[in-house]
Design a protein around this ligand. Structure first.
Ligand SMILES: [Ca+2]
Length: 495
């Protein structure tokens, strides 16, 4: 057990005893807003080359009134597994949800069950992408699997029910209805609002189809990456805007008639018939605009929720967080999708507003990971985390008091190969400056291929320095660190 684990336990005891003196109404409420595939590059508060588009005015309020985490990472960059980590606070190899195909055992421990036992009312609304009945939630109303953008079905304890409307609006309405009319008002609550958007195939609400219509979205400098300087995995993936993104199913070309904007796409395609780089540039614009339109509905949802918290007087004692299940490629390296341990999909946004505890407008750059979320929720409620959870509460970081011995490295592992987008299996270790990745298994030459990046000198990860003699000391040190983390997190024997 680390020193900060012991410290946080002591702090937990202290907080628990303090909470014991508080009435139930004074315990903090927790609202967790989770989107699917929302990249930090498309949140205004994170800056970057898209910032001037003013993409997320309401989500940005959370950064302005709270803290922005700049080094929040996931342990396995894919939807279902990321949600399993969120619930259990354990890496994929221990919670059993390695990829999107495998099942999830809801009987195992999760933070919501513990909160429930400690006087919290718990609710889960929206996308969870885990099979089976939810456990630990007093109220749950979730999308089956990936869910649909329009007129989506939802599954609750009562069974399946069809809803009319656009999915982000339906989720928002259900959330507000629960807050206003359905919850027990004498208990603190943990409410999870999980959006489907902006997941592929990026279908916006009809009312947003003309937003961004007349502007040119800036391209990332690596849109035409040729993957020189990296190994087999980067060369052989199947996730480029050029080859993988589909004109009809993803970009709705030739679907004229469903909306004026889609009809315009079809007309442009038939008249100009773009090819090569011109086609990639055109597809990039369509992709980004649809994606950002989906984000706009999510942002409206956040705005409505924050407004209600103000009106109802709940905001003062309610912690609000915003996060995504992983990052996403916005054309960097010519890609969309996620999966890789490269920064754009490995990193995820995390914002927290917590009146009187988190300093408004603050930024944290410590290494945090989605394995930390479950223990963080428990710490917020003043409840001890079970030993089996593998993260650390980031409550001290939120309060501006990062423990001196806070972690210096993170472990990552992606498993879904062969599978959609053909990203080879890999694991790795990252620090603030360096990253070591080991691709392994089927379709990796000799069964193992390593990459090493200096993020300070090469933030876009364009050239692996694994074979550069100048970095051999760091490479060897990081290999030892990978071995140490494998033991620490109880990763099964290498394959
Ligand atoms: Ca996702």
């Amino acid at each position: 057990m680390s020193t900060y684990r012991i410290k946080s336990l002591l702090l937990g005891l202290l907080v628990t005893s303090q909470l014991g003196q508080l009435s139930a109404a004074e315990k903090p409420n927790i609202i967790w807003i989770f989107s699917d595939d929302h990249s930090y590059q498309t949140i205004g508060a994170y800056g970057g080359h898209l910032q001037k588009l003013n993409m997320t005015p309401n989500i940005d309020r959370l950064a302005k009134e709270g803290m922005r985490f700049d080094r929040c990472y996931v342990s396995n960059s894919i939807c279902g597994p990321a949600r399993a980590v969120l619930l259990t606070g354990k890496h994929s190899h221990l919670n059993g949800k390695l990829d999107n195909r495998g099942g999830f055992n809801h009987d195992q421990q999760n933070f919501a069950k513990i909160l429930q036992k400690n006087g919290y009312q718990t609710a889960m609304i929206g996308k969870i992408h885990l099979n089976g009945k939810m456990q630990g939630f007093d109220y749950w109303d979730v999308l089956p699997g990936q869910g649909k953008y329009n007129n989506p079905d939802f599954i609750s304890a009562k069974g399946k029910e069809k809803n009319t409307g656009y999915v982000s609006d339906v989720i928002t309405d259900k959330t507000l209805t629960w807050l206003k009319d359905q919850r027990a008002k004498d208990k603190p609550f943990m409410l999870m609002m999980h959006h489907k958007a902006p997941h592929r195939n990026w279908t916006p609400a009809k009312r947003h189809m003309t937003k961004y219509a007349d502007i040119e979205i800036p391209e990332p400098p690596t849109l035409f990456d040729n993957y020189e300087g990296r190994g087999t995995a980067a060369h052989k993936q199947d996730m480029t805007i050029d080859k993988t993104m589909r004109l009809v199913q993803d970009l709705k070309v030739k679907k004229g008639g469903t909306s004026e904007q889609y009809a315009k796409r079809n007309k442009y395609y038939e008249e100009h018939n773009p090819t090569g780089k011109d086609l990639v540039k055109w597809k990039y614009q369509l992709y980004m605009k649809d994606y950002l339109r989906c984000i706009w509905a999510v942002d409206e949802s956040v705005g409505k929720l924050l407004d209600y918290l103000e009106e109802s007087g709940l905001s003062k004692n309610t912690i609000v967080m915003y996060c995504s299940d992983q990052g996403f490629y916005m054309g960097e390296h010519g890609w969309f999708d996620k999966r890789f341990m490269y920064e754009e999909s490995y990193r995820t946004p995390l914002l927290v507003r917590w009146p009187d505890a988190v300093k408004p407008g603050s930024v944290n750059t410590d290494l945090v990971q989605n394995i930390d979320f479950a223990e963080t929720f428990l710490a917020m409620a003043g409840v001890d985390a079970p030993e089996e959870m593998q993260g650390e509460s980031i409550v001290p970081l939120m309060k501006g008091k990062t423990p001196e011995d806070w972690r210096k490295s993170l472990y990552y592992h992606y498993y879904e190969y062969p599978g959609p987008h053909s990203v080879r299996k890999h694991e790795g270790v990252s620090e603030k400056r360096f990253k070591l990745i080991r691709f392994y298994g089927r379709d990796v030459p000799n069964g193992e291929e390593w990459e090493f990046y200096d993020l300070e000198k090469d933030p876009s990860e364009m050239k692996s320095q694994y074979s550069n003699p100048e970095y051999q000391g760091e490479v060897e040190r990081m290999k030892k660190e990978l071995t140490r983390l494998r033991e620490y997190y109880k990763v099964p024997e290498k394959k």
